[in-house]
Design a protein around this ligand. Structure first.
Ligand code: SAH
Ligand code: SF4
Length: 353
């Protein structure tokens, strides 16, 4: 595969390349203006001469992703299935979700094709791992959604349609460390996607050394897939806990730098008769630091062959009230895109079944 990719190249590098390829350097800025809007399709770049396009095609990866299908849920959530455009490799697929709301548009991106961490309730974890995404493949998901919205009459006249990014799609972002840190830099770069760290959230099952690095180098909003505060149970539900246990996680969370008025989110998927009883509540209450953290209770999205069942609404409500009565901020995550199986953690299901 060609290392240079239009989705991840900097202006400086592209200008240098242009010179080496015998092309005028000023074209680099024109090309990247298109890209920054979400356009990677050379045919749509009206001010770029054909001869420049031919050379680009030859020298640099232009489109890292190929759209395979797009589904829209009754609540407006859109799910995109992409094939990775890797020369000479069998097709690998990833998914991206757009959650449009009144004043924001959140894109849920994938960082890996599959995941090796094997959380037993997670569908991605039960699938075959097919590899890490490159920075270009990560960022191109955002570009593809931007491009889709640019050409959609429903979104006409709306400028900032993509305002927030969450790393909550397929894969464990901090297990693809180098590419994910590079992708964060591209999302935040002033001359590229220019998103502030307050608008980016990274969800991780708890890779402690990498969380510490995130805190030092790119302190975006942090979400932790906690799912239980009982150490033995977490060894099963989130197996990475065997390496980085709750005590280590606790220490690391205490020092993670927070933006003003921001919290760490502790994600907690409610599993019937597994982590939803009084003992589980008590353990969670003693784990949470209410000054810096809040709990996001997630309804379990079931899938064919799953060994788990979601807690009933009554149990979820009771659990939430139990937390709130102890001064802990708790919310129940609204499920979006249920009818198209777009819920994070459940991506790629439909295609494979
Ligand atoms: N690997 C990262 C990010 C991707 S998963 C992580 O684990 O945090 C995003 C969130 O969806 C995680 O909190 C994950 O535990 C949760 N999740 C996975 N499978 C789920 C399911 N079937 N129903 C509900 N949430 C699920
Ligand atoms: Fe991987 Fe996250 Fe799923 Fe666990 S929950 S298997 S870390 S994607």
């Amino acid at each position: 595969m060609n290392d240079l990719s239009l989705a991840s190249i900097s202006l400086e590098t592209l200008q240098k390349c242009m010179k080496t390829w015998g092309l005028p350097a000023f074209r680099a800025k024109q090309i990247l203006d298109w890209r920054n809007k979400g356009i990677l399709d050379l045919a749509a770049m009206k001010n770029i001469p054909q001869q420049v396009k031919v050379i680009l095609e030859e020298k640099i990866q232009v489109q890292p992703l190929q759209l395979v299908s797009k589904q829209q849920s009754s609540d407006g959530t859109r799910k995109y299935l992409f094939a990775l455009n890797r020369k000479g490799q069998a097709k690998k697929h990833i998914e991206t979700v757009l959650i449009p709301e009144e004043n924001r548009g959140t894109v849920c991106i994938s960082s890996q094709a599959g995941c090796v961490l094997d959380c037993p309730f997670c569908h991605t974890g039960t699938q075959k791992f097919e590899g890490n995404l490159t920075p270009a493949e990560i960022v191109a998901q955002v570009l593809a959604v931007k491009q889709d919205l640019l050409t959609d009459p429903m979104f006409e006249g709306l400028h900032n349609q993509v305002t927030h990014i969450v790393y909550m799609g397929m894969g464990e972002p901090l297990a693809n460390e180098t590419a994910v840190f590079d992708s964060l830099a591209l999302l935040m770069a002033e001359d590229y996607l220019h998103l502030s760290r307050r608008r980016i959230t990274l969800s991780t099952s708890g890779l402690v050394p990498q969380i510490e690095r995130l805190g030092r180098e790119a302190p975006v909003n942090l979400a932790i897939s906690l799912h239980t505060a009982i150490n033995d149970l977490r060894n099963t539900l989130v197996p990475i806990n065997q390496k980085h246990d709750l005590q280590k996680l606790r220490k690391c969370l205490n020092t993670y730098p927070l933006a003003k008025k921001r919290h760490i989110t502790l994600e907690y998927v409610m599993l019937a008769d597994v982590n939803d009883d009084d003992e589980a509540l008590k353990a969670l209450v003693s784990f949470v630091n209410p000054e810096r953290e809040r709990v996001n209770l997630i309804r379990f999205n079931t899938y064919p062959g799953s060994a788990y069942q979601g807690s009933s609404s009554e149990v979820v409500d009771k659990f939430a009230k139990g937390l709130i009565s102890k001064g802990i901020r708790a919310t129940v995550r609204r499920s979006r895109g249920d009818d198209i199986m777009a819920a994070c953690g459940q991506l790629k299901t439909a295609k494979q079944s």
